[in-house]
Design a protein around this ligand. Structure first.
Ligand code: CA
Length: 229
């Protein structure tokens, strides 16, 4: 059965390019132009993933994301305008899995969509990875981090950030280093993005039952992962 993608996007040129690329990869796509249509389509036939344009004629993609998140954990990718850092941060704080900055290549969007769907599908029984620190296990082959044996639901950059810290416990990484190591494909990332992701990661680790705050802030220096000794 083809996987179903919901795509609210009001710019015909962008919608057409994405529809062509996604359908070419055998996805079933429901394309709509309005927030109201997106919510109706979501209720009528819950998709496997949503690609949300931020600016829509009757509202924005954040409204759609909030409404979806009330009942569903389905993967969400935002399409944001170049340089709109605030949109990215807000999108990630609302629980988006990834974002793509316009203008984008449809192939890149397809690749990200497939990676996210693979990751969200594979909650099976992968073996524990070689790195295990402070109750966390890194499985690089599966691009997954387990907390007490349970895989953490992480977005792409959250995974990259935590994996980087986990591989070198106690080492302090500056925000600039983390931007290079984790956001190498997004050169206009700012330090605020790093801080926003650290905040999200801490919340997820707490939710995963880790008592100690594993991620330490070092004033004027950066972040490290402190493992209990
Ligand atoms: Ca738009």
């Amino acid at each position: 059965m083809p996987q179903h993608i919901l795509l609210p996007e009001d710019e015909p040129a962008i919608a057409d390019t994405l529809l062509y690329a996604l359908r070419g990869e055998s996805f079933e796509v429901t394309h709509v132009r309005l927030v109201s249509e997106a919510l109706a389509a979501f209720r009528a036939k819950p998709p496997d993933l949503a690609i949300l344009d931020v600016g829509l004629p009757d509202g924005n993609g954040f409204d759609v994301c909030r409404a979806i998140r009330k009942t569903s954990e389905l993967p969400i990718v935002f399409l944001t305008a170049r340089g709109e850092e605030i949109d990215r941060i807000l999108g990630l704080e609302l629980g988006a899995d990834d974002y793509v900055t316009k203008p984008f290549s449809p192939r890149e969007v397809c690749a990200r969509v497939k990676a996210i769907l693979r990751r969200s599908a594979g909650n099976g029984s992968a073996p524990a990875g070689p790195v295990a620190e402070g109750g966390l296990q890194l499985d690089e082959a599966a691009q997954r981090i387990r907390c007490g044996g349970e895989p953490l639901a992480l977005t792409r950059y959250e995974y990259g950030l935590l994996a980087t810290l986990l591989k070198r416990p106690q080492r302090i990484f500056s925000r600039a280093e983390l931007m290079d190591l984790v956001w190498g494909d997004a050169p206009d990332t700012s330090e605020r993005t790093v801080d926003a992701h650290i905040k999200l990661l801490r919340a997820k680790l707490r939710a995963g039952g880790l008592e100690a705050d594993l991620i330490q802030t070092h004033r004027n220096m950066g972040y490290s992962l402190q493992t209990p000794r």
